[in-house]
Design a protein around this ligand. Structure first.
Ligand code: SF4
Ligand code: SF4
Length: 423
């Protein structure tokens, strides 16, 4: 029996996972639940069902949010199952031409910061010359294909900072060094949220960590692995591992939830490659979300008050995939004056890697529960530790006529430690 068949057989079809699944909550369809998808995976593996467009649709609509994993009393590794299923789909299923072209554009752009900067330049021209205003005024935006229209709506306002920001390759610890860490600047994070990386550098230094950012460090492969592009993901992972090994760091620090969860699985991703399996597992063991590391080390830099009512959004790839919930909250509660309120929903916002780009309608529908909970909590600030979530929630709030300020937890810590207003 193959390893995948054994994992499939771990599911006893009890259904305890169903209430945790956002797609099942939305549509009440068994085949859009973890149990139904596992049933379908098994039928396909046993050649009882072909990989039809309908079957692929059920797998495509899975957010990969992993809310079903901690909910399962039998320990079913749904994360491994859906990853392998997606890899099988990409290898064997022939998607329609328009779908292939759109995916080609996404995966030819987002994992490459230099290309993303070029896209930012075009976006800057589009937003600043009045072209965007004209496109909306004339209703031309409605003529765009749905996925392109969604991409246009997701785009945050950009400025020159996104084009000119530069990260140093080394930052000394402010005081006696407690750890030497390598920082992954990310792709979307590096280009669209440069302030988050700058804040991360400052906070790590203030907490007496020496930080290195290897010049040759590129994409970690997270977007590709979540979409089943396994060979591409392995290529990115090998290059990132080689770059990070040279940093000789005690920890690899990540400030984007999706990247961190995928890097912690590098050992699994490269398990069948004898040249890289050991190196991948060794590096993966050093990976920490920045909030996880700061909680582990304990605070040394004094905090100053920030008086604001804030709500913390649990990114799925932190809360479900890495089981990191307490650490960011503990760090935020360490800021005097900060009123931290809880959202009544920890469900996915619909972003889920590139899910919101590939399945915009279902992502939009699923994200409404998150927006409802944000509006009910009425925070002055929404805190999110994943750039994809931040963009998705901002878009959905805008579409409902609301504008809630957002920040990464590390930006708050940075402002509190430096005793400056939140930028
Ligand atoms: S995945 Fe787990 S919780 Fe869901 S039906 Fe299977 S055994 Fe039950
Ligand atoms: S990963 Fe998320 S969307 Fe997919 S089956 Fe599990 S809970 Fe449902």
């Amino acid at each position: 029996m193959t390893a995948k068949r054994r994992l499939l057989d771990d599911c006893v079809h009890c259904g305890f996972c169903l209430p945790s699944c956002p797609t099942y909550q939305s549509w009440g369809e068994e085949m859009d639940s973890p149990r139904g998808r596992i049933h379908l995976m098994k039928a396909v593996a046993e050649h009882k069902e072909p990989l039809t467009a309908a079957a692929v649709g059920h797998f495509d609509r899975c957010l990969g949010c992993m809310a079903c994993v901690p909910a399962c009393p039998s320990g079913v590794q749904y994360n491994v199952l859906i990853e392998e299923t997606r890899a099988t789909i990409e290898r064997t299923y022939h998607r329609p031409l328009a779908d292939r072209m759109f995916r080609g554009m996404i995966f030819g752009l987002f994992p490459y910061p230099r290309r993303l900067k070029l896209a930012v330049l075009l976006q800057l021209i589009y937003q600043r010359t009045g072209l965007r205003w004209l496109v909306h005024r004339l209703g031309l935006v409605r003529l765009l294909p749905p996925r392109v229209r969604n991409l246009e709506a997701l785009m945050p306002p950009v400025g020159l900072r996104q084009l000119t920001d530069h990260l140093p390759s080394h930052q000394a610890a402010a005081g006696t060094r407690r750890a030497r860490v390598a920082l992954l600047p990310g792709c979307v994070q590096r280009v669209y949220f440069p302030a988050v990386n700058q804040a991360t550098l400052r906070v790590l230094a203030a907490e007496r960590c020496e930080v290195v950012i290897p010049d040759e460090l590129g994409c970690c492969g997270a977007l590709s692995v979540h979409a089943g592009r396994a060979d591409e993901a392995r290529g990115f992972a090998r290059a990132a591992i080689a770059a990070l090994e040279g940093a000789e760091a005690d920890f690899i620090v990540v400030n984007a939830a999706g990247c961190g969860s995928s890097m912690k699985e590098w050992g699994h991703l490269l398990a069948d490659d004898p040249d890289w399996a050991g190196r991948a597992a060794a590096l993966a063991a050093k990976v920490r979300d920045v909030t996880e590391l700061l909680a582990e080390l304990g605070p040394v830099a004094p905090r100053h008050p920030i008086s604001i009512k804030a709500a913390y959004h649990d990114a799925c790839h932190l809360a479900h995939a890495q089981r990191i919930r307490a650490q960011p909250r503990a760090l935020l509660r360490g800021i005097p004056g900060l009123e931290l309120v809880e959202l009544d929903s920890d469900a996915c916002c619909g972003s889920a890697g590139v899910h919101n780009l590939l399945e915009p309608d279902s992502a939009r529908e699923i994200g409404q529960r998150k927006v409802d909970s944000v509006l009910a909590a009425a925070p002055a600030l929404l805190i999110s530790a994943n750039p994809g979530c931040t963009l998705q929630i901002q878009m959905l709030l805008r579409e409902r006529g609301h504008d809630v300020r957002t920040a990464h937890p590390i930006e708050l810590l940075d402002a509190s430690i430096r005793n400056v207003p939140l930028a």
